[in-house]
Design a protein around this ligand. Structure first.
Ligand SMILES: C[S@@+](CC[C@H](N)C(=O)[O-])C[C@H]1O[C@@H](n2cnc3c(N)ncnc32)[C@H](O)[C@@H]1O
Length: 356
């Protein structure tokens, strides 16, 4: 990865880039408004011929003034271009409107993070997710809030989380099942998507989902619709509590996008619990997104920014890790990494580990 070794901008460019940051919250909210008020779609539908501001207004119940400030901002933001008084959509505008990754990221930023991020600096200073109080003053971590969120916010969080892991699940099934596991422990199993994929993929495997009690309730409801769900059992726990343990006797302990929810010391503690869950020949299989392992700079950027969600909203002490920091924790807990597979799905790395 050689994204960050060199200065990229001339002085003039750099000053413009700095203004984009200065106005970033305006740019974000204007993009959301252009998308959600239907303006981008109208302009896209006008094709290469384009559409005037007056014609856009005629198709909506918005004022001329409202449409004008948004489309003018859209020009500077690079979402729109104008020729002979007619607006057309740019490639960036197209992605804002249609790209599933951009939609998942924007909805996650808007519905989960935006208001809380006013408190990012305090979160760094205090080592606590100070933005979480905007979601609810009673919560210590976001995970306690997840199952109690209003439907729209919950869907935005799940869509963001699943966008990244779902695509990798089908690709990683052959990697996991080459070990012919009879029993798999899915730690941080969330809604049960991975466990369901496993019982559908293999007719004999038995799964256990370990997660917080609130999430287990969500998973049970989801899984009860499927007959194969009879092979899935549940182990509710708060894995951070010293008195809790994972059940024993598993051929595979699976952790997908789970350990990034914890600090380095917590990761070591959790992995020590995983040691006791595995049979002697069992494999710990971790699927994570590391910002230093990405093919595309945009992917590294998304992960670095997502770290700040953990800082300000989720728990105040975890992140999307650099692989070296993460691997040190895996080894410290008593595992040896046997296989290290990059570029699984959109952006994942799979680490296959055994007991030292
Ligand atoms: C980012 S989600 C990962 C979901 C899923 N494995 C995937 O790949 O999409 C993290 C999961 O960890 C669970 N979790 C967070 N803190 C936990 C804790 N202290 N004990 C047990 N589970 C926890 C959350 O409830 C959530 O289901």
């Amino acid at each position: 990865m050689r994204f960050y070794q060199e200065e990229k901008h001339s002085a003039v460019d750099a000053k413009f880039e700095a203004q984009k940051i200065a106005f970033a919250p305006f740019v974000f909210q204007a993009s959301m408004a252009l998308r959600d008020l239907g303006i981008l779609k109208i302009i896209e539908d006008s094709g290469t011929a384009g559409i005037t501001q007056e014609e856009i207004v005629a198709k909506l119940t918005l004022s001329n003034y409202g449409v004008r400030v948004l489309v003018e901002a859209g020009l500077g933001m690079g979402l729109l271009i104008i020729n002979d008084g007619k607006y057309t959509i740019t490639r960036v505008g197209y992605y804002i409107l249609n790209d599933p990754m951009t939609i998942a990221n924007m909805d996650f930023v808007q519905d989960i993070n935006y208001q809380g991020f006013f408190h990012l600096k305090d979160s760094i200073v205090n080592g606590k997710p100070e933005g979480l109080k905007v979601i609810g003053p009673q919560y210590e971590t976001f995970y306690q809030a997840l199952s109690e969120l209003p439907e729209k916010e919950k869907q935005s969080w799940l869509a963001f989380d699943h966008f990244y892991s779902d695509d990798s699940f089908s690709r990683v099934l052959p990697i996991v099942f080459k070990f012919n596991p009879a029993k798999i422990l899915d730690v941080g199993g969330n809604t049960g998507k991975w466990s369901l994929s496993c019982v559908h993929h293999n007719k004999d495997v038995k799964m256990t989902i370990a997660d917080l009690p609130q999430q287990i309730a969500m998973a049970k409801e989801n899984i009860s619709q499927y007959k194969e769900g009879e092979r899935i059992s549940y182990h509710p726990l708060d894995i951070l509590k010293p008195e809790t343990s994972l059940p024993a006797g598993y051929d595979v302990v699976w952790m997908s996008q789970f350990l990034d929810c914890f600090s380095e010391d917590e990761i070591v503690g959790i992995l020590k619990k995983a040691l006791t869950a595995l049979t002697d020949s069992g494999k710990l299989i971790i699927m994570e997104t590391f910002w230093d392992r990405q093919k595309f700079e945009a992917a590294s950027f998304c992960l670095q920014q997502t770290s700040l969600y953990f800082t300000c909203i989720a728990n105040g002490n975890s992140q999307m890790y650099h692989s070296e920091v993460f691997i040190r924790c895996v080894e410290k807990a008593g595992f040896v990494i046997e296989e290290d597979i990059n570029n699984v799905g959109i952006s994942h790395t799979v680490l296959i580990c055994k007991k030292k």
